[in-house]
Write a protein that binds this ligand. Structure first.
Ligand code: ADP
Ligand code: ASP
Ligand code: MG
Length: 403
């Protein structure tokens, strides 16, 4: 018998009725002759509500306790779903992350899965149970509950699919596939039948919230057949795989965007004889992701380096910079908030110079100021004011003919 992994996100398990619907859907998958693992998220907006509760207690909660708190959301769903199976006359067992053997590194709130001890799930599956697993959580070697970062249930599902050698992993959600851009904000966004792991990875990393980036990474590294599809209909979704046949010969395949970006500028004394590495080593030691980096060393101005971070990390960045000012050796800092990142993605860009120039031209015609730029073989990202984020995405989507 083959194993399939089905993952249902928050909206898809938001009510008891929807949870019963999930059980029914999984039962029909089993009736096709499969062993079924179901990974679920917390119901509806539970994770946000839990976060808000913590905010009422403290502005700076312990990360370990945040993991403990947030992990409870998924635990509610797994028990209810296991009960739903029972009511429908089927045997199911619920598993928290640690019960499912999901071992992670010790990085609270953003842990990576390091290993999955599959024995317990294998046993339950071989005995005919539906295995219902809490997404988004695991346990580190010291026995602390960890979480995988917001949206991390996708990663639980794909990692389990890889570890159990599943035939496929289906991500059921509130859209019926991966679109050329977020259909909630971009007019004319179009569903893709297929997309490559690499393009999907870029889109996910650049803010397309439909899949957690690490889920795509796992799928690519382990060749897990992955699809995104609707939890509310039977329509075929989007297949994510190594090689795809592109429907149209488009250079750009998708537009992604991410709000809540801040730009930090650190200025040094002239002449600059230090190393830029100091600052980024310190930030990395504190698990702060730095995105676009622009260094400026000219004859006329004091040397400086600007980099973009998530606005949520700003207080921590300020703390780290204050603490290590003399080690890093800078003179002043400047923080600009209210920014966003808008990106175009497509593997056809490699062979098409001038894509970036065209992108700047489109944005200039819309009077949108570009604050930072970064390019790779398959994407161009710009930092623009957050107020212009949707306008930029819509303009790029239209100009690149994605509709
Ligand atoms: P779930 O709770 O099921 O994990 P998410 O909210 O995490 O669902 O992801 C689904 C949402 O992702 C959609 O409602 C859509 O607004 C958003 N989204 C962003 N970019 C895209 C895209 N390129 N294609 C489809 N959906 C996208
Ligand atoms: N419940 C978590 C979140 O809201 C994980 C997930 O849904 O994937 O981020
Ligand atoms: Mg999600």
């Amino acid at each position: 018998m083959e194993t399939v992994v089905m993952k249902f996100g928050g909206t898809s398990v938001a009510t008891p009725e929807k949870i019963i619907g999930v059980a029914e859907r999984a039962i029909s998958e089993k009736e096709k002759g499969n062993r079924v693992v179901i990974v679920v998220s917390a119901m509806g907006k539970t994770t946000d509500t839990l976060q808000a509760l913590a905010d009422e207690i403290t502005a700076n909660p312990s990360k370990r306790e945040m993991d403990m708190l947030l992990a409870t959301g998924e635990q509610v769903t797994i028990s209810l779903l296991a009960m739903a199976f029972k009511t429908l006359g089927h045997e199911a067992l619920s598993f928290t992350g640690w019960q499912a053997g999901i071992e992670t590194e010790s990085v609270p709130r953003n842990a990576r899965i390091e290993h999955i001890h599959t024995e317990r799930l294998e046993q339950a599956l071989s005995e005919g149970f539906f295995c219902v697993v809490a997404g988004f959580q695991g346990v580190d070697r010291a026995g602390n509950i960890t979480t995988l970062g917001r949206g991390g249930s996708d990663t639980t599902a794909v990692a389990l699919a890889a570890a159990l050698n599943a035939r496929k992993c289906d991500i059921y959600t509130d859209v019926d596939g991966v679109y050329t851009s977020d259909p909630r904000y971009v007019n004319g966004a179009r569903k893709l039948e297929q997309i490559s792991y690499d393009e999907m990875l870029e889109l996910a990393n650049l803010g397309a919230g439909v899949l957690h980036p690490r889920a795509v990474e796992f799928a690519k590294n382990n060749n897990v057949p992955l699809s995104v599809r609707a939890s509310y209909s039977d329509e075929a979704g989007t297949i994510i795989q190594e090689v795809v046949t592109v429907e149209k010969n488009l250079i750009v395949r998708g537009v992604a965007f991410e709000p809540g970006i801040a730009r930090v500028t650190v200025t040094y004394k002239k002449p600059f004889n230090g190393s830029l590495a100091n600052i980024f080593t310190k930030l990395a030691e504190h698990h702060i992701d730095v995105d676009i980096i622009v260094q400026s060393i000219t004859n006329d101005f004091p040397p400086s380096v600007s980099f973009s971070i998530k606005q949520d990390h700003m207080d921590e960045v300020k703390r780290v910079l204050d603490t290590y000012q003399s080690d890093i050796g800078f003179v002043s800092t400047d923080f600009e908030v209210g920014l966003s990142k808008v990106s175009i993605v497509g593997s056809g860009m490699v062979s098409n110079p001038g894509v970036a120039a065209q992108m700047f031209d489109i944005l200039r015609r819309q009077d949108i100021p570009v604050k930072m730029v970064s390019t790779s073989e398959i994407k161009v990202s710009v930092v623009v004011p957050e107020n212009d984020m949707h306008k930029s995405a819509n303009a790029l989507h239209e100009e690149y003919g994605l509709e």
